[in-house]
Design a protein. Structure first.
Lengths: 116, 112
């Protein structure tokens, strides 16, 4: 069975700094996809970035980037030059190619607070 | 404009009553999903659909039915609502089986 674990419950950083959020996953599949989502205070869930397991290069999207360490089953989210509006709950998720449908397995989330 | 919309955004229902949550997507995605989000459980999959006319059970389907009458619309039906179904419900759509899903704004359901 697949499992996604986010051990950081909450993080607080100063505005304009860089933050890294951790995520580890478990799967026996050789092909899988990893995602990060952001849930704002209003409840909206927004897709941020995806990493395909077969790609060695870390994905980047705007001021979001990933630190993909396949041997450690780890996919960290890096946010550079943080802004107040980055304050939100961030979820890591995974889907596996061998399953009969594209079920997303979510971590429990990390609450990020960006302070001035 | 929003590509996945849900209605209603808030709903109060009585125990034993019937509740229908609606979802519409303009992404032209084949796949659609219903999740519920509860503190301590994260997001859990209730039902999903591969296309018009299809519905499949997710991880927690008991007490829920789903309907996909068209590519754009996917409904979640609670025939006999119970207080344990009080939650926030999210609809999502996806283009390809294993790629990212795009979520609607959520519906807060309270069953009294």
């Amino acid at each position: 069975a697949q499992k996604v674990t986010q051990t950081q419950t909450s993080i607080s950083v100063m505005e304009k700094t860089t933050v890294t959020m951790d995520c580890v996953y478990e799967t026996r599949d050789s092909s899988y996809f990893l995602f990060w989502y952001k849930q704002t205070a209003s409840g909206e869930i927004v897709f941020l970035i995806r990493q395909d397991s077969y790609k060695k290069e870390n994905a980047t999207e705007g001021h979001y980037s990933l630190n993909f360490q396949k041997p450690k089953s780890s996919i960290g989210l890096i946010i550079t030059a943080t802004q107040i509006e980055d304050s939100a709950v961030y979820f890591c998720a995974m889907s596996v190619a061998s399953s009969s449908f594209s079920k997303l397995v979510f971590g429990q989330g990390t609450s990020l607070s960006v302070v001035p | 404009e929003a590509a996945v919309t849900q209605s209603p955004r808030n709903k109060v229902a009585v125990t034993g009553g019937k509740v229908t949550l609606s979802c519409n997507q303009t992404n032209n995605h084949n796949n659609m999903y219903w999740y519920r989000q509860d503190t301590g459980h994260g997001l859990r999959l209730i039902h999903y659909s591969y296309g018009a006319g299809s519905t499949e059970k997710g991880d927690i389907p008991d007490g829920y039915k789903a309907s996909r009458p068209s590519q754009e619309n996917f409904s979640l039906i609670l025939e006999l609502a119970t207080p344990s179904q009080t939650s926030v419900y999210f609809c999502a759509s996806g283009d390809w089986d294993y790629y990212e899903q795009y979520f609607g704004p959520g519906t807060r359901l309270t069953v009294l």
